[in-house]
Design a protein around this ligand. Structure first.
Ligand code: AMP
Ligand code: GLY
Length: 430
């Protein structure tokens, strides 16, 4: 069958690479894709929220399945669009309905959903201009630091962590006044959870689910987790502190109640759920839901899945995940992200990338890259540019391999963190 993959990042490059290994797939199309996805299929210059154009390319290319990478088209209702269209309704879409996508698209909905289903999460209050006074009073009852979250999607920038009550009160009002546009006209104020973060992933058909490997991502730009937040500077899988006992708690307290809750509320959900978790002294708390796979976590976890990934998607589409088996490589995976100098603030684009062919015993995924047809070169086109993933039996060896190969890839002002996995290597040896 022919498959359409929506998105243009490292996550979509990893999905295209993995799906290319499946004999059931004839052709892969990626909209809009990047220079890396072009190695595994045909890029089509169509925006992920241009549903009419997507409709057209599905018909034109005889597409039987659409895999949605990013959250924006899901929150905008792409799955409902397909279901309600007489021509598209039989095309399987991997990604939840817009109602399911509210788990990511509306933080206040996600929090009330967790409350309804007894899923551990930080205490909170949802505030608009109407109950601002209540919000300011609630802040006073909390201990610093203070967590403020824009209710809607804010391109990964909608969470503020503030050290003083004054700052938090000021920022709450700024957010409600439109600091993040409409996304922050409602704000979730949360208790701060102290612990270590990790991400758990499942694919669900709305009834059954399969657990995918867990991962830890490195969000800050600087070594030692310093500086501003980014989309993610690297990832490690598996997470050494997510042992059997901890994962059993994640499954029984978080994953299963979430799937059962979706079913009980009649929310149509066929796709991935990304649980952003905090391990608080051995107990999991949900920090956030995402209705997609993570980036760069996907670049780290897909190379560890040795079974046919398309079989998993197909079972998801047909509500047969209960019968499906998934095989995981025991080795550690470490992913290092090469970014443009200046990122996550201003950075330059259009820099020529060299050394991609010099990489050995690693997988390279493109994120912000384009093909310059005139010069037949690959150029940078985004903040995060290339992800390098290495697998090995020890975390240390996987890290060294990933770093050594990352150094072979060059473009002007290229930067990467060299301490990815160090905290977990230390944890291992304590
Ligand atoms: P994101 O939602 O990806 O922009 O990231 C928000 C980040 O803020 C998370 O990765 C956590 O590090 C942090 N965070 C969010 N909620 C809480 C919370 N309740 N307690 C502590 N840290 C939090
Ligand atoms: N790496 C975090 C995310 O994909 O949201």
């Amino acid at each position: 069958m022919n498959i359409l993959l929506l998105g243009s990042g490292g996550r979509e490059n990893a999905l295209a690479w993995k799906l290319k290994q499946s004999s059931a797939i004839k052709k892969i199309f990626i909209a809009p894709g990047n220079a890396g996805t072009a190695l595994y299929g045909t890029n089509l210059p169509v925006d992920t929220i241009d549903f009419e154009q997507i409709r057209y390319i599905c018909i034109e290319n005889n597409i039987s399945m659409v895999v949605v990478g990013p959250e924006v088209p899901l929150v905008a209702g792409i799955t409902d669009f397909f279901q309600n269209d007489i021509v598209l309704k039989d095309i399987a879409v991997i990604g939840p309905s817009s109602q399911g996508a509210m788990l990511e698209g509306r933080k206040a909905f996600a929090k009330s959903f967790m409350l309804r289903h007894n899923i551990p999460t930080a205490g909170y209050k949802s505030i608009t201009n109407e109950n601002l006074k209540e919000g300011l009073e609630f802040l006073k009852t909390l201990k610093p630091p203070y967590v403020l979250k824009a209710n809607g999607l804010a391109a990964g920038k909608g969470v503020l962590i503030l050290q003083t009550l004054e700052e938090a009160s000021r920022e709450l009002q700024a957010m409600l006044a439109g600091k993040f546009g409409k996304a922050s006209h409602e704000v979730v104020i949360e208790e701060f959870l102290k612990g270590v973060e990790l991400s758990s992933f499942v694919i669900t058909d709305g009834k059954n689910y399969k657990l995918l490997p867990s991962a830890k991502d490195y969000k800050r730009i600087g070594e030692g987790d310093t500086g501003p937040n980014t989309g993610g500077m690297g990832a490690v899988s598996p997470v050494v502190f997510a042992d059997k006992q901890f994962m059993e708690k994640v499954i029984s307290r978080v994953i299963e109640p979430t799937i059962k809750g979706l079913e009980a509320e009649n929310i149509d959900y066929k796709g991935f759920i990304f649980f952003g978790l905090m391990n608080v002294k051995g107990d999991p708390f949900v920090i956030e839901y995402n209705v997609r796979l993570g980036d760069p976590e996907t670049e780290c976890i897909l190379p560890r899945i040795t079974s046919d990934f398309f079989a998993l998607l197909d079972a998801c589409a047909n509500q047969k995940l209960g019968d499906c088996k998934i095989q995981i490589d025991d080795r550690y995976a470490v992913t290092v992200m090469l970014v443009s100098g200046g990122y996550p603030d201003e950075y330059k684009k259009g820099k020529s990338i060299s050394g991609l062919d010099a990489v050995s015993d690693c997988v390279v995924f493109h994120a912000g890259t384009t093909i310059d047809l005139k010069n037949e070169t690959i150029k940078t086109s985004g903040g995060r540019v290339i992800a390098v993933t290495a697998l090995d039996f020890s975390l240390q060896d996987a890290k060294q391999k990933a770093m050594a190969n990352a150094l072979k890839i060059k473009f002007e002002d290229c930067y990467h963190r060299s301490d990815i996995a160090d905290d977990l290597i230390k944890y291992r040896t304590i």
